[in-house]
Design a protein around this ligand. Structure first.
Ligand code: ZN
Ligand code: ZN
Length: 247
C-alpha cells in the first residue's frame, strides 16, 4: 500500500499546508481519504491523476475534509473529461451537503450532465462496506459537523490503514486502529485546548493502548507544528504534504 500525503493541514492554513487529503494506491486501485478544498491542487503538484481515483472516502462533513469534491467534479467534467465511475462514501446526508456546496460555489453545477456515473454511499456505524477492492469500516467519533463524524478503518492490498478523521479522544478509536499498519491521527494542538480535537498530551497518554504499528500525526495547528520537534516516540511520525510512504 503506497500512501501519499496530499494535504496534512488544519482548517486554518497553519504552516501553509494544504487541507486534508490522503491518496492511497494498492495494486489495481487508487483512492482518496478525505478531499479538502485544495485536494485537486495538491494532486496536480504531486503528479497524481484524479481520473485514476475510483473512490473517495469522506470522514466527516466539514469543508476542509469534503468541499474539494466540488473542484474534483469540475476538473473531471471540464478538464479530464472523465468517463470512469466515481464512488463517494460518507456520513448520512453527504449527497445533499455536496449538492448545496457545489451550487453555492458554482451555481448550476448539479444540473451538469456528467459523462461518468457518480454515486454516493452512506455509512452505517461499525458496518463494513466494500467498494471496489477496499473494505471500509466507519467508527463514530465526536466532532460536531452537522452529520455523524467517523474514524475510517480501511483494508486494501493486504494492509490496514486507519484514519481518525477529526475528533476529540473517544475509545472507539481503539478498535478502529486495532492491528492497523498505520493509524493517521489528528493532533490539532500540543496542549489540551477546549474543543472537539485531539492534542499531543491525550494521544501520548493513549499510545500504549493504540495497537497500530505506526502512528502518523496530522491536522496540526501552528503551535503543534512548532513543538512537534519535542516528540521522540519511535512509533510516531509526522505528516507533511508530499510525504510518500510504503504502509
Ligand atoms: Zn479538519
Ligand atoms: Zn472537522
Amino acid at each position: 500500500m503506497k500512501l501519499t500525503v496530499v494535504g496534512s493541514g488544519d482548517a486554518f492554513g497553519s504552516g501553509g499546508r494544504l487541507q486534508t487529503c490522503y491518496h492511497v494506491a494498492v495494486p489495481g486501485e487508487e483512492f482518496l481519504i478525505d478531499c479538502g478544498a485544495t485536494a485537486i491542487i495538491g494532486m496536480q503538484r504531486l503528479g497524481l491523476e484524479p481520473d485514476k481515483v475510483s473512490t473517495i472516502f469522506i470522514s466527516h462533513l466539514h469543508g476542509d475534509h469534503f468541499s474539494g469534491l466540488v473542484w474534483f467534479l469540475l476538473h473531471a467534467h471540464y478538464i479530464s473529461r472523465r468517463t470512469s465511475p466515481l464512488t463517494i462514501t460518507g456520513p448520512v446526508g453527504i449527497a445533499e451537503r455536496f449538492a448545496t456546496a457545489a451550487d453555492a460555489l458554482f451555481p448550476g453545477t448539479t444540473a451538469i450532465k456528467l459523462r461518468f456515473d457518480m454515486q454516493f454511499i452512506e455509512y452505517a456505524d461499525k458496518t463494513p462496506l466494500v467498494v471496489g477492492g477496499v473494505e471500509v469500516t466507519p467508527f463514530e467519533v465526536r466532532h460536531p459537523s452537522g452529520a455523524p463524524p467517523y474514524a475510517l478503518r480501511l483494508v486494501a492490498g493486504g494492509k490496514t490503514l486507519t484514519f481518525s478523521g477529526d475528533t476529540m479522544w473517544v475509545d472507539n478509536l481503539l478498535p478502529a486502529a486495532n492491528g492497523a499498519d498505520l493509524f493517521i491521527a489528528e493532533c490539532f494542538s500540543f496542549d489540551e485546548l477546549p474543543g472537539y480535537h485531539m492534542n499531543w498530551q491525550v494521544i501520548a497518554r493513549n499510545l500504549p493502548s493504540i495497537d497500530a504499528k505506526r502512528v502518523m500525526l496530522t491536522h496540526m495547528n501552528a503551535d503543534m507544528l512548532t513543538r512537534s520537534v519535542e516528540l521522540d516516540d519511535p512509533r510516531v511520525i509526522l505528516a507533511v504534504d508530499g510525504l510518500i510512504m510504503d504502509v
